[in-house]
Design a protein around this ligand. Structure first.
Ligand code: SF4
Length: 203
């Protein structure tokens, strides 16, 4: 089985600082063009105020989870030689990363009381979200949002806070897959301890 070595970078900021990247109407415009809009409970529109949700917390820990393609070369080569195109290869790797990191993020949230995680994209717990058929979420306790779904501009957060860059797939494969997560907290936490919790979870 291929090992997927994820590298984490965690940067502490305050919710006040993070709100500089809150561009709800612009981001909501992008969401409206996404097939998940109104189809997944973790995606907008919501029946609550995003501003109120965010204002429950004081600190934000921005977490970049990165998987270098050079570290999984054999796996990438296997997908390439199967005839898969670049978009499908990147998508496959993104979901492999999401599966590992989502699980680690939930364990981390359990460890820190008064905190809430934000995932690196939509909720993937069910094959088809119950919202497709207008039914309530089947795992309310595990329903988590993402920075972009709440209205934050993630590309700027990545560049200005994490000092990294999301690279999209084009004619060639990108050098890495980078997914942006966060942990909102009412209390100041230690980034060292956050990293320990993230990396000590079982992969
Ligand atoms: S847990 Fe299932 S029903 Fe709930 S938001 Fe996620 S995919 Fe949808």
């Amino acid at each position: 089985m291929t090992d997927f070595p994820i590298n984490y970078k965690i940067v502490e900021t305050s919710i006040d600082e993070l709100l500089k990247f809150f561009k709800k109407s612009t981001i909501r415009g992008y969401c409206k063009n996404c097939p998940n809009f109104q189809k997944v409970w973790s995606c907008p529109p919501y029946d609550f105020s995003e501003e109120e949700y965010i204002s429950n917390y004081k600190f934000a820990y921005i977490i970049g989870a990165k998987l270098n393609y050079s570290d999984i070369k054999e796996y990438v080569d296997k997908l390439t030689s199967s005839g898969m195109d670049n978009i499908h290869i990147s998508t496959d790797i993104y979901y492999k990363l999401r599966k590992i990191v989502d699980r680690n993020m939930f364990s981390m949230e359990n460890f820190f009381s008064d905190s809430k995680i934000l995932l690196g994209g939509k909720c993937n717990l069910c094959n088809e979200c119950a919202r497709e058929k207008n039914n309530p979420c089947v795992h309310q306790d595990k329903l988590r949002y993402s920075l972009e779904s709440l209205g934050f501009e993630v590309s700027s957060i990545t560049e200005e806070i994490l000092k990294d860059k999301i690279i999209f797939t084009g004619d060639s494969l990108p050098p890495y897959c980078l997914s942006i997560y966060a942990l909102f907290s009412k209390e100041k936490l230690s980034t060292k301890e956050l990293e320990m919790q993230l990396t000590s979870s079982v992969h």
